[in-house]
Design a protein around this ligand. Structure first.
Ligand code: SF4
Length: 326
């Protein structure tokens, strides 16, 4: 029997990533080449999405990526050069800094991340303390916690619950980062409910549709495979979670490997492997998956099947600052 590749569907771009990339692309296309004053057509604060290839490709077309707004020169503010906020969102402090500098912000924060920001504001207004499950230092978590640092208590793992202390009359609610592992988060929630039985859960999960759909698909594929390759960058939370979910589903049968692209694959991973599953994070262009599939074909995996768990039809309109430009 031929060695086979099993592709997970859905995989790759989600609606929030697509919108963020389209945002920068729309500005670049409208710029019609280099400016006479030597300024770039657009600045982007942080990686627009957590994928090295996407960032390099947009940078090659003229987008300038900065870590902080103070790297955007005054002349750019005066000339009205757009500054795009990434899909992961920003804290109010960053927005205030942009306002103070008079920067022409185009906010590409994913609407599903924006929803969590609004939940923080609403619950704080109603007198709640918020337990937020997220990754310390991740752009999305920094932005959400920044909405109300004194009332948002960030934890990462079930073991962190011991470090929390709330009186029984404290109004308590749970919110989460959008890209967590569904299963691992369930364990953390269980630990929280044991310690604080009155904690309230949000009306709908903050883990987004794209994260949970990709994890479901990867689980199904991993159960049929001897090994998994997950395409995605090391700083992409949802890609790393996908690899962890795949590893969990594979169990002792094999291992899941995360790669940025086909060049990072080690042929020895596939010694004795009959079926290799392939998926990709929500920030990963499908051409990178095509590269992985081509390399696997070269290693003798000539049959390609796909497993689909759900069809996605989510779409977000461009940020309001850009809608007039299209
Ligand atoms: S992974 Fe989810 S929250 Fe993040 S950009 Fe995509 S749709 Fe939005």
């Amino acid at each position: 029997m031929a060695r086979r590749i099993i592709l997970a569907n859905p995989r790759g771009f989600c609606a929030g990533v697509d919108r963020a990339i389209q945002t920068v692309d729309t500005i670049l296309r409208a710029a019609h080449g280099p400016r006479a004053d030597g300024l770039p057509p657009v600045y982007v604060r942080r990686q627009i999405v957590h994928n090295r290839h996407v960032v390099e490709q947009l940078a090659s077309r003229g987008a300038v990526f900065v870590e902080e707004l103070d790297e955007v020169p005054h002349e750019a503010a005066a000339a009205g050069i757009p500054v795009v906020f990434s899909a992961h969102g920003v804290s109010p402090a960053v927005q205030r800094e942009a306002d103070r500098r008079g920067l022409a912000v185009v906010d590409a924060t994913c609407p599903l991340v924006g929803k969590v920001h609004r939940e923080v504001l609403r619950f704080v207004r109603e007198g709640y303390e918020i337990v937020y499950i997220g990754h310390n230092g991740h752009d999305e978590a920094v932005g959400v916690v920044g909405e109300s640092p004194e009332h948002v208590h960030l934890i990462e793992h079930a073991s962190d619950v011991d470090g929390l202390d709330f009186a029984p009359d404290t109004k308590l609610v749970l919110l989460t980062q959008t890209t967590l592992s569904v299963d691992e988060t369930a364990d953390v929630i269980a630990a929280l409910q044991r310690r604080f039985p009155w904690i309230e859960l949000p009306p709908s999960s903050d883990i987004c549709y794209a994260t949970s759909n990709r994890q479901e698909a990867v689980k199904l594929v991993a159960r049929q495979a001897d090994c998994m390759v997950v395409v995605g960058s090391a700083n992409s939370s949802n890609s790393v979670r996908l690899m962890e979910v795949a590893n969990e589903a594979l169990g002792a049968r094999g291992e899941a490997h995360r790669v940025d692209d086909a060049d990072e694959m080690d042929p020895s991973w596939f010694d004795g492997v009959e079926s290799v599953g392939v998926s990709s994070g929500a920030s990963v262009p499908d051409e990178l998956v095509a590269g992985v599939v081509a390399r696997l074909r070269g290693l003798g995996f000539t049959e390609v099947d796909a497993v689909e768990t759900i069809q996605e039809n989510m779409h977000f309109v461009l940020p309001k600052e850009l809608r007039a430009r299209r």
